[in-house]
Design a protein around this ligand. Sequence first.
Ligand SMILES: *Cc1c(COP(=O)(O)O)cnc(C)c1O
Ligand SMILES: [Zn+2]
Length: 419
Amino acid sequence: MTITADAGTTTLDLGPARALTCRECGNQIPLAPEFACSECFGPLEVSYEFGDVTRAEIEAGPRSIWRYRGLLPVPSDVDRHPNTEPGLTRLVKADRLGAALGMKSLWVKDDTGNPTHSFKDRVVGVALAAARQLGFRVLACPSTGNLANAVAAAAARAGWESVVLIPSSLERAKILTTAVYDGALIAVDGNYDDVNRLATELAAEHEDWAFVNVNVRPYYAEGSKTLGYEVAEQLGWRLPDQVVVPIASGSQLTKVDKGFRELIDLGLVDGRPYRVFGAQATGCSPVAAAYKAGHDVVTPVKPDTIARSLAIGAPADGPYVLDVVRRTGGAVENVSDDEVVAGIRLLARTEGIFAETAGGVTVATAKKLIETGQLDPEAETVLLITGDGLKTLDAVQDKVGPRATVPPSAAAVREALAD
Ligand SMILES: *Cc1c(COP(=O)(O)O)cnc(C)c1O
Ligand SMILES: [Zn+2]
C-alpha cells in the first residue's frame, strides 16, 4: 500500500531521520508514511544520520521528550508546535520495594506522570510531530485504552480531528478519559486484534488519516526510545544493569534497547552490558511462551487478562523482542492476574505509586524473575511503570477499601484501629 502525503520532499523536515529501513531485508526507502517493506512486507524502521549531540545540549533542552529531538524523527523546532510535551517523568529510587523484593539497587521509572498518565504520550507526541511534517491533519488509532487517551488529547491540543477505535469491552475509565477530548470515538464489538485489523483496512481507505500505530508506526515507535534516554540521563548518564519492560506489541522493549545502543554509539554513556527483561500477563503471554520454548516465532493467542493495556494476542514486535532479550542475556516471564493485583498493591504500599495493571505485571514479573534466579538481585535494576492505576480501578475495587466504617466518635476509631 502506498500513501501519498501532500508534503513535498523539499519541506519534509524530520530532523536526523534519513530513511526507512526494512528490519527484515535491509531495503531502504525515502521517508514517507509507509510501514511495510515493498520487497518483503517486513516492518520498516527509521534510520538516522545523527549530528553532534552532547549531554550539555540535551540537559539545556526542553523539560520533555523534546530535549532528545536531535535523536528523533522530528524537526528541530518541534517544541514550537502544539503537542502534549510528554516525558521527563520521575525516576524513583525504590528502596522499600527493593527491600520487599530482596533487591539491592532498584529504581522505578514512573511514567504515570505523563499528560494522559501513560507512556503512550511519548509515542503519540513523536507520531503527531512526524505526521504534521508528512502532511496529515487527522490523528487516528486502534487502541487498548491508553493510546486512545493519548491520541485524543494530542489531537485536541493540536486542533486536529481524531478517530479512535477501541474494543467495546474496555475499562469504563479509559472510555471516559478518551471521550472527554471530544474526538470521534468508536467502540467496536470485538477484541483488540479485531480492532487493529479494522484500522489497517480503514488506513488504506483514508489516506489523509495518520493511524499512529499503523501507517506512521515507524515514527511513532521511535518515541519509546525516550524512555531509555531518560533512564540513562536520570542515572547520571549511565545505563542500568537490568531493565524490566512490559510487553504489549513489544515495540517499547525493542526501542528502549535501541535507545541504549544509540547512547553508547554516540558516546553519551559508557558502553557496558545491560540485560533487558520482558513482562507479560499469563492470560496474554505469547512472547513469554515463545521465549520459554526456545522459538523464534510468536504464535498468536486470544487474550484473557485484566491487564488489558497489554492484551495484544498477535504482537507485531514479538520476534524482535526475542532477539533483544536473547542478545542481552535477559528473559521474558509471565504472571497470573492475581499476581498482577498483588504487584499493584506492593508498589502502592512500598513506594506510594498507584500503577495500572501493566505496572502490576512489571512488578510481579520482577518478583518472579528474582525468585527464579533470572534477575540478579545485586545488580542495578529499573522497572518501567507505564500507566496510572486510576484508569484500571476495576482491578483493585474488590480488594481494597476502608478498614472499618464507624460512627463519628473517637472511641469507635480507636476500636477499629485496635482490631
Ligand atoms: C501500550 C502499553 C505498553 C507497551 O506497549 P508496546 O506495544 O509493547 O510498545 C506498556 N504499558 C502500557 C500501560 C501501555 O499502554
Ligand atoms: Zn524487506
